[in-house]
Each structure stands twice: as C-alpha cells, then as structure tokens.
Design a protein around this ligand. Structure first.
Ligand SMILES: *Cc1c(COP(=O)(O)O)cnc(C)c1O
Length: 392
C-alpha cells in the first residue's frame, strides 16, 4: 500500500511542499496526527483559522445553513450574505461589498473595480509594492512583486509596476495624474511581516489627494481583527477606498470580499461583474459566526493581547540571542521573527517538539496563532523557541 505522501507525489501537480504530517483531527489550537501526536498550531492554516479548529459556533452555523440550503445562485437574495454584509459594512464604515471565493479573486475584482472607475478619468497605471504578494491569478500576479511567484508567467497586465517598499522617493517618482491605484498590504504577510512606515503612509495619502488615485488595502492576511484592530491599515493612519479580505473571514470555508467606499460605490452596475459561488450561503453563515466571536466575543481584543505577550517574549529572545534573532515585527496574531540563519531548521525542530509555525522569505519565522490561544500556550511557544535557538 502506498502511503498518502507517496500517492500525493504521483497524483498531483507538485505545487506544494507538504509538511510531513498526516493530520486526522483539529480541535481548538491543536492538531492530532494519525499516530495520536498533538501539535500546538501557531501556523493557523496560514491565517485562515482565526478561531482554531471546530469552533462550536462555526460548526453549528455551517450545519444549520447546510440543512436550509447550500447554494442558490446569486440571482437570489440570500439572508446569510445580507447579514454578513450588514455586519462588515457597519463595522468598517465602507459603503458596498462584493463576496468572492478567495483572496486572489477578490484582488481581481478590485482591479476591475478601480479600472472601471479610472478609465473614464484618463487613469491607467496600477502599482504594487516590492516584496508584495497579492495572489496567483494573472491580475494579482501583475501586482505581486516577488520573483519566485512571477517567473515564467510573463506577460503581465499592461500599465502595472512596483514601488519600493517604504521608499518615499520611489513613491514620489512613480505616481502621477495617470496613476489609477496603489495596492498595498499594510503589513506584508508572505514577504516576511513587514509593516508600512508612517512616513510612507503619510506621503501616500498626500500624493493620493494631489493626483486623485485610489488606495487599495490588501487585508487578506492582516484583516479580520488579526492585528488587534479590524484592519491592519488602522494601525497606520491610512484611509483606503477599497479593502480586500479573505482567509479568516469564512471560518475555514472559501470566502473573500471587496469593500468599497462611497467613492466607488456606484462603479459596478448590473452584469459588469459576478461569480457563481462567491458569497456561498454556508460560507457566509460561517463568516457571520466568525464575526460574532471576533467582535462580540472579544477575540479581536484578545488577538491584540496575544501579540503583546508573544512580542515581549520574542524581544527577550532577541536580547538573549542577538546573533540569531535580528528583529521582531508585527501586531497581534501576525508576527515575524527575523533570523540571521535559515528558518526551516528552527521550524523543523519546533515541529519535533509538537509546535507548528511557518517560515517565510527564507529566514522569517511567521506566527499566525488563532485568537483563542491562551497565555500558557503563548508562553510555551516562546520557551520552546528559546530552547531551539539555544541549541543552534
Ligand atoms: C493569501 C493572500 C492572498 C491570496 O489569497 P488566496 O485566497 O490564496 O487567493 C492575497 N494577498 C495576501 C496578502 C495574502 O496573504
């Protein structure tokens, strides 16, 4: 009998380097493998599992909605969509929403939205930032900058370019009256938990007013309360016209959304954009349960507190191992520990100790814990990381 891992290798396009774990169950902050070993999961489904696994409120919402209807088509108005939309718009202050199935689909929709807004105004240039990640489809990839995602996929969308991250001079040199929109991750995720500087944000806002372009915040990873605020840009004083979310919003079901301010509220009209599955009622019902827990259940505040605890611990490790830990970054449940060595061996050793974290950009340990992690669990992660660093 071939193992699951052997089957995977012969069946799939080999796009994923899978972890050597055969998970059979998730509960709260823990995963259990086939041998019955438990793992404390600060990998968090790459920012999807904000409430951990099998959260009773999410499971119940999914079951209840599945019993009512699983799909209707967007020809029908659907209560779970309406309720989730109402909640998200009330909290965020945006005017309109469009639901998608994924992050990249939401970015594509945002590109279409800003183009439809800007083309009649004579604007055409779209910018992303260096080191960015916005998704895998061709529009999102045109704004993504990192070479490892782009190589071999040329040509990209015309009139797309990149501004160097936090480089005010480069920003000034590149935007002008023909600029249509600038897409930013307020806190870069895949790029290694890099936070936009205040100076860059201030200049971006000034130039936007001067040239009249739109600002799109990609909050797919940093949104949904993960940083202790609903959106990452709220830490930075930015005011985007368009926000894109996904990952945590659906409680583990595929869901994303584009939120737009009144400036773009009437750009999309009947038939100009759409999706078959986007806004699936089961996903939206799960999303509503997620929102209720995050907001009413106080988990957004908790996400912020988890961050403070972990940051304090990581800073202590930086003082203890200054040659290995060079910087600690991020907010809430979205933190990065910059190492001077490759992160993979640290990740592997933590896994041997029953702790899951991710490494991105070669030498950044990325922590995306669920917002339900306890102080005890945070302490354990810091302690075990300390022991691993000490053993290097
Ligand atoms: C994950 C991610 C995406 C892509 O989302 P998918 O659902 O995988 O398409 C886009 N932007 C950011 C910042 C992300 O973290």
């Amino acid at each position: 009998m071939p193992t699951l891992f052997e089957q995977e290798q012969s069946l799939f396009f080999q796009t994923y380097k899978r972890l050597p774990l055969d998970i059979v169950r998730g509960q709260g902050c823990y995963l259990t493998d086939r041998q019955g070993r438990q793992y404390l999961d600060f990998f968090g489904g790459l920012a999807v599992n904000a409430l951990g696994y099998c959260h009773p409120r999410v499971v119940k919402a999914i079951k209840d909605q599945a019993d009512q209807y699983i799909h209707l088509s967007n020809f029908f108005v659907q209560e779970p969509q309406v309720k989730l939309a109402e909640r998200l718009l009330a909290l965020s202050g945006f005017a309109r929403i469009f639901f998608t199935n994924s992050g990249t689909e939401a970015i594509e929709g945002a590109i279409k939205l800003v183009r439809k807004w800007g083309t009649p105004r004579g604007k055409k240039n779209l910018f992303g930032l260096s080191n960015s990640f916005h998704g895998r489809t061709m529009g999102a990839l045109s704004l993504t900058e990192r070479a490892k995602y782009r190589e071999g996929y040329e040509p990209f969308l015309p009139h797309t370019g990149h501004i160097r991250f936090n480089d005010v001079e480069d920003l000034r040199a590149k935007v002008n009256d023909e600029t249509l929109a600038v897409f930013v991750e307020p806190i870069q995720g895949e790029g290694g938990i890099n936070v936009l500087s205040r100076e860059f944000c201030t200049e971006l806002s000034t130039l936007r007013t001067k040239h009249g372009f739109l600002l799109v915040a990609d909050e797919i990873q940093s949104g949904m309360g993960r940083t202790g605020k609903l959106f990452g840009y709220q830490h930075l004083g930015l005011l985007p016209e368009v926000v894109v979310v996904a990952k945590a919003i659906g409680g583990g079901l595929p869901l994303g959304a584009i939120l737009g301010s009144s400036a773009v509220a009437s750009v999309f009209t009947y038939g100009v954009h759409g999706t078959t599955f986007g806004g699936n009622p089961v996903a939206c019902a799960a999303g509503l349960a997620v929102m209720e827990e995050i907001i009413d259940g106080g988990l957004m505040t908790r996400a912020g507190a988890i961050g403070e605890r972990l940051l304090a611990g990581f800073q202590e490790l930086r003082r203890r191992y200054p040659a290995i830990v060079t910087e600690v970054r991020g907010f809430g449940c979205m933190l990065g520990v910059q190492l001077s060595v490759e992160g993979q061996s640290v990740v592997d050793r933590l896994m041997e100790r029953g702790i899951l974290v991710n490494c991105t950009n070669t030498n950044v340990l990325r922590f995306l814990p669920p917002y339900i992690a306890t102080d005890e669990e945070c302490k354990r992660v810091v302690n075990e990381l300390g022991e691993v660093l000490g053993s290097l």
